[in-house]
Design a protein around this ligand. Sequence first.
Ligand code: COA
Length: 258
Amino acid sequence: MFERLREDIQGVFHRDPAARNAFEVLTCYPGMHAIWIHRLSSALWGMGWKWLARLVSNFGRWLTGIEIHPGAKVGRRFFIDHGMGIVIGETAEIGNDVTLYQGVTLGGTSWNKGKRHPTLEDGVVVGAGAKVLGPFTVGAGAKVGSNAVVTKAVPAGATVVGIPGRIIVKSDDEQEAKRKAMAEKLGFDAYGVSEDMPDPVARAIGQLLDHLQAVDGRLEGMCGALKDLGSPYCAKDLPELREEDFACVKGKDETPAN
Ligand SMILES: CC(C)(COP(=O)(O)OP(=O)(O)OC[C@H]1O[C@@H](n2cnc3c(N)ncnc32)[C@H](O)[C@@H]1OP(=O)(O)O)[C@@H](O)C(=O)NCCC(=O)NCCS
């Protein structure tokens, strides 16, 4: 028991730079109190003392603002920072070294009995105010951004943000690099839009520019071949695109005076 306690306190030091000493953690961290009360309620639940387990769990909620159903399975070094407004449902499963911030819900979306709450694998971090809803798995090491609403499985190591939760794709893929090169060539960022933005017009323009880039490459190849054959056809450069040419698409306020 003391070994687990020591482990819990160490876990806080690793994840909260504000923690100063063990006594402070023991006395001033409602997240810790909630976990210890949950261990008791969970043991009672396992022994079949269901009502007593719910009562103890409710006492924990009253004391800390953190509601953990006694049926929820919680791993080691679980850390709840700040607490308040946290709800963890009956069939939720939480691995080792998981961190939750205030206002997180690990909830269900159906009233059917059986598995209806999420499983968080080892090392998952769920940001303040996020809702993770449904009987799916959030893979090891994944991060859920604050205020995200996640209703689908999250692969290990991924970061999910927004409503509905979408995985952040770090923009270092080949296509994105090509787009950046194209933007530089044009002299400004005509895309001005990331891959996951919902604006259909912006996406359509993005697709057109992708196509333009492909055609551009093809033309350059053909010009090279014609030059090799001695044709002067490609002697002239294409007219340069200037930012002013696109001024009318920048917004009403910026429409050039005529
Ligand atoms: C989601 C999170 C883990 C991302 O961290 P990260 O991997 O370092 O990602 P970055 O900060 O580089 O952000 C990547 C992109 O996601 C966006 N983003 C980050 N967090 C976001 C969130 N919660 N909601 C929406 N978008 C978010 C960033 O603006 C950035 O967008 P861009 O690429 O268009 O500029 C982090 O932002 C987060 O929300 N952590 C929770 C922390 C918390 O709740 N703390 C409470 C302390 S009391």
